[in-house]
Design a protein around this ligand. Structure first.
Ligand SMILES: *Cc1c(COP(=O)(O)O)cnc(C)c1O
Length: 378
């Protein structure tokens, strides 16, 4: 009999900088007497992140959702945009907020990303773009997506909220497509408490995005477009500058924990682990996701999820329900389960297990022992 954990183990925990580091930066802000509106911390963080993410242009935002809304505006997207149902609610919601109809395309059974081979069949005369998500930090099939987009004159936007620091062949993940969005929410690998960014390859687009995130204000006399307030404040920007120093050590800790999960769960019948990527892909190891095959494992994902809670392990069913099952989207014809067989099957099986640098190796081994005790006893 395994003893429950004494304290709740959540799926993630934010990385905290030391209070001394924060105090030091706060002192700089108090000295400058500048709290928001493109202050010195903001400018420095934009430069530092542009370099860190290996992208040509970057604009900071107060969160990833507003950033993605502005991405749609900046490219003047309209009509229909092809996206994935296997994502966080924000992805289709930004389309709705832009009066765009999300068209859900099924996902790939291995990567759980949009199935690039099926995008073409979803295109209509109203389609203006593809909004793909690098789910759990696994890169989409960026080459095929670009090829389809080019053939039909569509824009490509990536929700890279899970993919901070991911690279393909030494190129920052944000260099693919027209625009990529990063989220710097506290629960992500890298954060500014709340925050986000848009990255792209185009100086003109940066100008337009920076206008859109500041009410369209060009100068004291001219407001040139209906913008919004997407600005990141100085305190968040300062924390973001500190957190850049934590990304690689946090990633290394998670690499170690991933390896232990893989070692412990690799041979368990009915548990499918995350797919491995091509050699030239640098991953960030932000999440650890398994799929529970009820027939083989002997128990359903929902059983595992509930039982883990009795041991104080709070796993999460990311992403269940699918966005296509939300009351606001399920009437769309693309939401029909017959159109999304893989996404619906995966949605019944996925479980995100606890993954953050503060977990010990023993914690992970114990979570695995608990999990394995639910399976078919051989
Ligand atoms: C976190 C997240 C977002 C939203 O980011 P916020 O910064 O919280 O607005 C969007 N898409 C995905 C896939 C996310 O995980």
């Amino acid at each position: 009999m395994i003893e429950p954990f004494k304290q709740r183990i959540y799926v993630t925990r934010p990385v905290f900088p030391t209070i001394e580091e924060v105090t030091e930066k706060l002192r700089d802000i108090w000295e400058a007497q500048w709290l928001t509106n493109n202050g010195p911390q903001h400018s420095m963080l934009e430069r530092e992140l542009t370099e860190f993410l290996k992208v040509p242009y970057l604009s900071l935002f107060n969160n990833g959702t507003i950033a993605l809304m502005v991405a749609c505006q900046s490219l003047r997207l309209s009509g229909e945009v092809i996206t994935t149902p296997f994502t966080f609610a924000a992805t289709p919601h930004v389309l709705s907020w832009n009066n765009i109809t999300p068209i859900f395309c099924d996902i790939d059974a291995e990567t759980m990303n949009i199935d690039a081979a099926q995008i073409e069949s979803m295109i209509t005369p109203h389609t203006t773009a593809i909004l793909a998500v690098h789910v759990f930090g696994t890169p989409c099939d960026v080459a095929t997506i670009q090829e389809v987009a080019d053939r039909y004159g569509l824009r490509v936007v990536y929700d890279a909220a899970h993919a901070f620091g991911v690279e393909i062949g030494g190129l920052g993940i944000g260099t693919f497509g027209d625009i990529s969005m990063f989220s710097f929410h506290a629960t992500k690998l890298y954060h500014t408490v709340e925050g986000g960014a848009l990255v792209h390859n185009n100086a003109h687009l940066k100008q337009r995005i920076d206008l859109l995130k500041n009410f369209g204000i060009k100068n004291e006399e001219e407001v040139v477009m209906p913008g919004i307030n997407g600005k990141l404040n100085e305190i968040s920007a300062a924390i973001g500058r500190i957190m850049l120093g934590y990304v690689e050590s946090e990633r290394q800790k998670r690499i170690r924990l991933h390896a232990i999960y893989n070692e412990e769960l690799g041979d368990v019948a009915g548990l499918k682990l995350m797919s491995t990527c091509a050699e030239d892909v640098k991953l960030n190891y932000q999440y650890y996701v398994i799929r529970v095959d009820e027939a083989e494992f002997g128990r359903s994902r929902d059983y595992v999820y509930e039982e883990l809670r009795h041991y104080n392990v709070y796993a999460r069913k990311y992403f269940h329900p699918l966005c296509s099952e939300f009351t606001c989207y399920r009437q769309l014809s693309s939401s029909n389960p017959a159109n999304l067989p893989v996404a619906n099957a995966v949605g019944q099986q996925v479980l995100s297990l606890p993954m953050y640098g503060g977990l010990t190796e023993d914690d992970v081994r114990k979570i695995c022992a608990i999990l394995k005790s639910f399976g078919r006893q051989l």
